[in-house]
Design a protein around this ligand. Sequence first.
Ligand code: TXA
Ligand code: MG
Length: 352
Amino acid sequence: MNTIIAQITQDPLENEKIFAQAGEILRAGGLVAFPTETVYGLGGDAFDEDAARKIYAAKGRPSDNPLIVHIADKADLYKLSREVTKEAELLSEKFWPGPLTMILKKQPSVPSTITGGLDTVAIRMPVHKTAMEMIKASGVYVAAPSANLSGKPSPTRASHCIHDLKGRVDMIIADDTVDIGVESTIIDLSSEVPTLLRPGYITLEQLQEVLGHVEVDPAIKGAVVPDGVVPKAPGMKYKHYAPDASLSIVEGEPDAVVAKINELVAEGMKAGKKVGVMATEETKGRYPEGIVRIVGSHKDEATVAHNLFAVLREFDELKVDLIYSEGFSTEAVGTAVMNRLIKAAGHTIIMA
Ligand code: TXA
Ligand code: MG
């Protein structure tokens, strides 16, 4: 398949042509990868079951893993959900458009192909201008998982989408203004108690400020998932965000962490391995060996969120065998950072 790669520029008229073409492709049942404020999405018409099947095929994703439906108008909430709760109204007022996905009981018209057979649907109204304009130009609801091949880190740069999806989709809209870098916060509002299913830029505390009590799905609570606990967001059960290399997180006092990582790097290199280090602004000068990349600053977890997937992908490109990362505080978006990092590490945490 020939993939059109369209670059968003400063020229509004040129951009409009891109949105019109993307809209045409979506209406015809094709696939378009597009930027959002969180990560790139792989979009198709949510009400076209063939388009949904194409999304699963292009990603190599299991079809029991439901997709998020992206809308450009808050009123569409009622067209997709048969039971828009008070909580959903409050949250959409406060956080939409933005990086929040709500799970609600679906309208019968929402095809079960995109809900993985569930009676609920995931809905999000993104704030990114390109996403918004594209959805509007298409006139359809846009079902979109993250635009990575299944099991790979989510794409946060156009080059990531091109790497994973060139030849597999009709169009990629290149616009490297993806800001947040980790996927949206997901809250389930379809059952009695609102439940956080995936941490993101919008924090549990922010949700609680609006709703009062919010449960946290036990599957995402700590570093170790208790035996027999199945996450409520089907996608959270897969080994996700995984780089090719074996990633370990080193936790402890900052100085001890640096010393431990240096020890592990030396050990790896002695064994003939190519070793990567995910360092920070605070520690960058302190790793004399290995391939060192700076992921962000401990002072602001948002900087780490922004770069995390790009650094993991860069290590893949460099074909490193082992990656050692410092651990991060779980303040604010740090919860989402550690949730993704722990999954990428397959729960390997080393105490310094
Ligand atoms: O930021 C984001 O949310 C990005 C951008 C493109 O919007 N999208 C994204 O989609 O991360 P995806 O497919 O990679 O992750 C969607 C998650 C999966 O874990 C899926 O299982 C869960 O949402 N999900 C979707 N529908 C659900 C439902 N009805 N009930 C529970 N979980 C659901
Ligand atoms: Mg994903």
